[in-house]
Design a protein around this ligand. Structure first.
Ligand code: FUL
Length: 481
């Protein structure tokens, strides 16, 4: 018997540590550019145009260029604040629906070149480029497909105009990480003096596939956002709410920008044929543009933290709009709130208690996929089970009763999004208590639960499309409720 023991031990070890091949990818997987985008998580939206000076949300297109006149314009201040706030980039409304261009486009007179700002020699996009470079931020551009100024809007000629402008933005301003195609389209406007209503067919008018080709050719690393991708999708609301069930997958061929797909956009399609993750765009103020009357309505740091949980915490990126005021500066109120939110967030995730703790899984695929990969702090390693094993759990041994109230989980999305249902239990004393449960995971989820003093935390994958592949779990004792 004594001799058999070491032999059986060796057999067990051999079995559990057999070198394993990685699981096959399941369904669509992210492209390199999408993977890089996931990792950005949080960046700034900047809505700035003639509206800032006319106090409107949607300019009609007949605004005089001279109204655009920021008195202390400073993109470096925007970038400095974004950096200090922990954001990774800035997306600017190079042209909003009013058609006014923040760069001196050679295809229109309706731009900064005819404003009084810097006697018409200024270029907001170029200043932002420089500022982003200085602060190590990425830059993205919003180019509104709807143009209420253009005389040719609604005709095929407009497509040439739109693409020419896109070409300028994608060739003259360095690397662009995201191109934002808004879904609001067609309606009344100035249209070169016609002052009429122009309706377009969302499905056909823009000939999107050919516009997308231009972006791919000129900026191969850029992701494209719209209601329906191709790379990143709208989350279906502007209130900052990612969906609890959130597949990064979409049947995008059945959709088009400006269509009525809000609910689908929130959840995505479990059986979607394309990887098109959700981005949560939301403003720090009620409006997208600056209005002095909204100075008292800036979101509080606490509210911004809630937005963070309902976006980044729900497998989405957070694109937070912070509109410059008439000086061309981010307003003190917004800056104060943003930076206080950064502080709150840092404190919220300061005490991580799972890293390097003993961890055991009910199943292991074999060598290279051990459960210790889950809490090793290295997102490039992962835990997985045999192909046929679709349910499994792993337990983190905290060593001693430890207060915990947040959990962060990440799938190894390079191999697809798999988990359909999970639950989390805590061992409190000698009793297991469920602390949270959910459906999808994806790139990242963060869940809150009331503080428990747990000696162990167990995560159970209850349903999965294929063997689960988990890259990271973190547990926190946050000061928040
Ligand atoms: C919407 C636009 O109509 C708003 O003005 C804003 O730009 C928002 C981000 O997208 O569709």
């Amino acid at each position: 018997m004594k001799k058999l023991f070491p032999l059986s031990l060796i057999l067990i070890l051999l079995f559990s540590c057999k070198p394993a091949s990685p699981p096959e990818p399941v369904g669509p997987v992210p492209t390199e550019r999408q993977l890089a985008w996931h990792q950005l998580e949080y960046y700034m939206f900047v809505h700035f145009t003639v509206n800032t000076f006319t106090d409107k949300e949607w300019g009609y297109g007949d605004e005089k260029e001279s109204v655009f006149n920021p008195t202390a314009m400073d993109c470096r201040q925007w970038a400095k604040v974004a950096k200090e706030a922990g954001m990774k980039g800035i997306i600017i409304t190079a042209k909003h629906h009013d058609g006014f261009c923040l760069w001196p486009s050679k295809y229109t007179e309706h731009s900064v070149k005819n404003s009084v700002w810097k006697d018409g020699t200024g270029d907001v996009v170029r200043e932002l480029r420089k500022a982003c470079d200085e602060y190590g931020l990425k830059m993205g551009v919003y180019l509104s497909p709807w143009d209420r100024n253009s005389a040719v809007y609604g005709t095929p000629e407009y497509l040439t105009y739109y693409r020419n402008q896109l070409n300028e933005l994608l060739t003259e301003y360095g690397d662009i990480f995201e191109v934002w195609f808004d879904g609001a389209n067609g309606g009344d406007g100035y249209y070169g003096g016609a002052r009429e209503t122009r309706k377009i067919d969302n499905k056909t008018f823009y000939d999107w596939p050919n516009t997308h080709k231009i972006v791919r050719e000129l900026q191969p690393s850029a992701v494209m956002f719209s209601d329906a991708g191709p790379d990143i999708r709208w989350v279906g609301n502007e209130s900052g709410m990612g969906s609890l069930t959130n597949w990064c997958l979409l049947k995008k061929d059945e959709m088009y920008p400006g269509g009525d797909f809000a609910k689908i956009l929130g959840e995505g399609h479990e059986d979607g044929k394309h990887w098109v993750p959700a981005e949560v765009d939301v403003s720090i103020r009620p409006g997208w543009f600056y209005h002095a009357t909204q100075d008292s309505l800036v979101r509080t740091p606490e509210n911004l933290l809630e937005l963070y949980y309902s976006s980044v915490g729900r497998n989405s990126n957070l694109l937070l709009n912070v509109p410059p005021d008439r000086r061309g500066l981010l307003n003190e109120k917004d800056v104060e709130s943003l930076l206080a939110f950064k502080e709150l967030r840092t404190k919220e995730f300061a005490s991580e208690v799972a890293k390097g703790k003993k961890i055991n899984a009910s199943h292991c695929r074999g060598k290279g996929f051990h459960s210790s990969n889950i809490n090793d702090g290295d997102p490039s390693t992962c835990w997985s089970t045999d192909d046929s094993q679709l349910t499994a759990d792993f337990t983190i041994d905290l060593g001693e009763p430890t207060e915990v109230n947040r959990i962060l989980v990440q799938e190894y999305i390079q191999l697809g999004q798999r988990v359909q249902e999970f639950s989390v239990d805590a061992l409190v004393g000698s009793e297991w208590q469920k602390v949270t449960e959910g459906t999808t995971i994806g790139y990242k989820i963060i869940r809150k639960f009331p503080v428990v003093k747990a000696s162990k935390i167990r995560v159970t994958i209850k349903r999965s499309k294929a063997c689960p592949v988990i890259s990271n779990v973190e547990l926190f004792r946050s000061p928040g409720m």
